[in-house]
Design a protein around this ligand. Structure first.
Ligand code: NAD
Length: 360
């Protein structure tokens, strides 16, 4: 397969971690007969410095022509005081909306070798934690009408509109059901607040109808407050969680924390086509940028997600994920996940180690 990637190296540790991702993809290409071509595009703080805007039109054009986008991280203190429309994070929102990416997918997996980093009690973490949160990304409360008005004696009033239509719920639901089909446990939990909110009632009705098209996938509903509790009480019960924008924002951070390691977690944003945007969940870590200290594993696992979800290269994705698990089992660590007896590696050395563990 010939795969053309648009690459946002971005700011801070972005360039260092993306380099390791490309190293792993190149080796996979050699092993399985694929060619990866990378076109660097400017986005974020470095784009502001070079062109005055966080997401130049040329970058959007190249991203749209690519098969997928690989992104390191954007932002940093240098650009923190700029007005909202010029902030580096605008580049992320801009890319997602220009590429029509409506689903955010965040796996949270606890590796056996890193079980001590899990903040949950050992009797809970020993049951394992390997779930994916599929969050609706471009609808709901964050995109509804909002404003302020005079509420007479009550003073100023603010409002934010929450709405979802059937089409929006169906398309995010399909992402979740299709994803569950590719996983071992094949289970979807749809999370809502249907006991109170009307949009959640429509969400629930729509998900139930959709579930009938996927008889091979186990399906359940859960109220969001219960889900927040279950994620720390018994996270092993979840496989794929699908939910609306704001609930997903909160639950995905909660789930990430239970794995205890921000440098390990990949993510993707997906749309109607196979083109997605793949990136680690962490930021640009300006405190360790340029020091060969960043953990490249979240980016490397984002590359594995890309192979599976955009190109259906399941063996290749598994090959990367197994290599990462084995490297951790053998005690190799970057500083952020270092533990007693661990063997400390820098960013480049961790990338090289994972490459050396790739086997068919
Ligand atoms: P951060 O995720 O960059 O860093 C938080 C802490 O985690 C820091 O101590 C950092 O050193 C550490 N860390 C993060 N990734 C690591 C890795 N791969 N290996 C080792 N340690 C790692 O969050 P922050 O400090 O709140 O934000 C820094 C900048 O990143 C800000 O400008 C923020 O706006 C931006 N940001 C960007 C994204 C993105 O590009 N998707 C996401 C979040 C934050």
């Amino acid at each position: 397969m010939n795969i053309n990637l648009a690459v946002v190296k971005g700011d801070g540790i972005g360039p260092e971690i993306v380099e390791e991702g490309e190293k792993v993809l190149n080796k996979i290409g050699e092993m399985y007969g694929h060619t990866f071509t990378y076109t660097d595009i400017l986005a974020g703080g470095c784009a502001i410095d070079a062109t005055g805007e966080p997401l130049p039109a040329e970058s959007v054009k190249i991203a749209k022509e690519s098969d997928s986008v690989l992104l390191g991280a954007v932002g940093g203190p240098k650009w923190d005081t700029l007005p909202g429309h010029l902030r580096p994070e605008r580049a992320l929102l801009g890319l997602r909306s220009e590429l029509g990416l409506f689903a955010n997918v965040r796996p949270a997996k606890l590796y056996d070798a890193l079980a001590d980093a899990c903040p949950l009690k050992p009797e809970i973490s020993k049951e394992g934690l390997d779930l994916v949160i599929v969050r609706e990304l471009i609808g709901g409360l964050y995109f509804g009408e909002r404003g302020r008005r005079d509420a007479g004696e009550m003073g100023e009033e603010a409002f934010d509109e929450l709405k979802y239509n059937v089409k929006e719920v169906e398309r995010i639901g399909r992402v979740a059901f299709e994803m569950a089909r590719k996983r071992d446990r094949k289970k979807v939990t749809s999370v809502d607040k249907a006991n109170v909110i009307e949009t959640s009632r429509l969400w629930r009705e729509t998900m139930h109808k959709l579930a009938q098209e996927y008889p091979d996938v186990e399906f359940e509903d859960m109220l969001v407050d219960n889900c927040a509790m279950q994620l720390v009480r018994n996270p092993g019960q979840f496989d794929v969680i699908v939910t609306e924008n704001m609930f997903g924002d909160i639950l995905s951070d909660e789930a990430s924390m239970t794995t205890g390691s921000i440098g390990m977690l990949p993510s993707s944003s997906l749309g109607e086509t196979t083109r997605g945007m793949y990136e680690p969940i962490h930021g640009s870590a300006p405190d360790i940028a340029g020091q060969n200290k960043a953990n490249p594993i979240a980016t490397i696992l984002s590359c594995a997600m890309m192979l599976r979800d955009s190109f259906n290269l399941l063996d290749e994705a598994k090959c990367i994920e197994s290599a990462v698990a084995k490297v951790l089992d053998d005690g190799f660590r970057t500083g952020d996940i270092m533990d007693e007896g661990g063997k400390l590696l820098g960013t480049k050395e961790m990338g090289d180690k994972i490459v050396s563990y790739l086997t068919k």
